[in-house]
Design a protein around this ligand. Sequence first.
Ligand code: BES
Ligand code: MN
Ligand code: ZN
Length: 492
Amino acid sequence: MTLKFSQIHDQPETSTSPCVIVGVFADGGMSEAAARIDNAASGAIKRLLESADITAKLGSSSLLFALPGIKAERVLVVGLGSRDKFDGAAFNKAALEAGRAMKALPIANAASWLTELDVPGRDSAWKLRTAALAADMHAYRYTATFKPKEKSKTAQLESLAFSGNGDARALAEAAAMAKGVRFARELGNLPPNICNPAHIAAQATAFADAQVGVSCEILEREDMEKLGMGSLLGVARGSANAPKLVVMRWNGGGEAKPYALVGKGITFDSGGISLKPGAGMEEMKFDMCGAAGMLGTFVAAVELALPLNIVCVVAAVENMPDGNSYRPSDVLTSMSGQTIEVLNTDAEGRLILCDALTYVQKFDPQVIIDAATLTGACVVALGKYASGLMTEDDELATELLAAGNHTLDRAWRLPLWDDYQSALDSAFADFTNLGGKYGGAITAGCFLSRFTTGYRWAHLDIAGTAWNEGRKGLATGRPVPLLTQYLIDRCA
Ligand code: BES
Ligand code: MN
Ligand code: ZN
């Protein structure tokens, strides 16, 4: 369950919430709410800042307990950094830190005054939504595969109130995005022995069954054979887990052409016969995060009952080595009729996506967007902060980049110029699945572009952004905020 969000009109010093959250700037200036607390507590915050017992550094927070003159038992003082550098990204960072700090506290609810801060170029709806999503990011706990714990005696954060009035729409958007993000994160975090193609199909079916107006169809191996999806099925051959193609539809938009969302759902990417090295291979359970992100976006859009038609197609496949696996030098025939020489069975994402991209065209979409943890090269190029955006449609690029900037789920555009296409030349098939040495994110995009001619199409490479690095790295739920915002913006 996501956090419950609400708004309140209290003053911070008289609020009876178990925890009030206020911000302080590094250059001495307190936020209005912090100043009110400080006044009522006879200058306590000022003294603590002066003595450097608490800091106003951006990304820091300090918990003050039982301040004299303050009704609330706890005051969480969040550092905002310097006032002239305080922008949307800094606001988000402060809100995330507040969320992290609250997770450690034995409280079920809290009240935040961060939404009263001035953020250049951002309105109150934005602040509300951003603060709410940031809090939910940290409130989420992954518990599915731990030994069942006795019910904890300490409270956990369940709800969060924000100072301000009546922005019901912003709260609804925050709740919907949080729900979509959690849906995506949970699928991403589950291990591949649980989250296999059948599990993804079952989760999609369960969502559709619980929701009025959502249809869900699962295509099985035989269905895909009939459709001629030789490329997707080639990848699936090595796995004991049968592939599933999930097709979800939401018709909130009357007769309009649908927006198509296509996701890469490799539930585990061993590399296949082109086996990956052992170190870090466990991270390849996250190789279905494109699928999870598209399903999460779909969930958020349905939650908001957006007046659009949306079709979400997710290719759920496992890439494994086996006596029956596809191999380097195999030639596969895709659903589009184009043949593909397999030069590396680890470049499998594009091979399942291409058939999903062809399939979705039967719904006559006005726009096709795919998301995929497609290339390590994208992580090399852009690092862990920006998703790679590739499209030949400048307007679509502008719209998607804007949605990313608005939600701080940001993307950065890479070119799809024809110059790169020849990297896919083959002597034995129409083209290969492997680009040359350089520009691997782009040549992967070029491969996909050969299956979307005539459509407004964009590709998001989320290999760097879909999960956090390291042993304790969790799925991030990206690009659910970006894509949900993109769809919201299409309703105006
Ligand atoms: N799922 C991987 C891409 C990936 C790698 C995502 C590391 C996140 C972190 C993809 O299927 C893959 O293996 N790509 C290869 C492509 C290569 C064989 C052309 C890669 O990036 O090395
Ligand atoms: Mn691979
Ligand atoms: Zn992969």
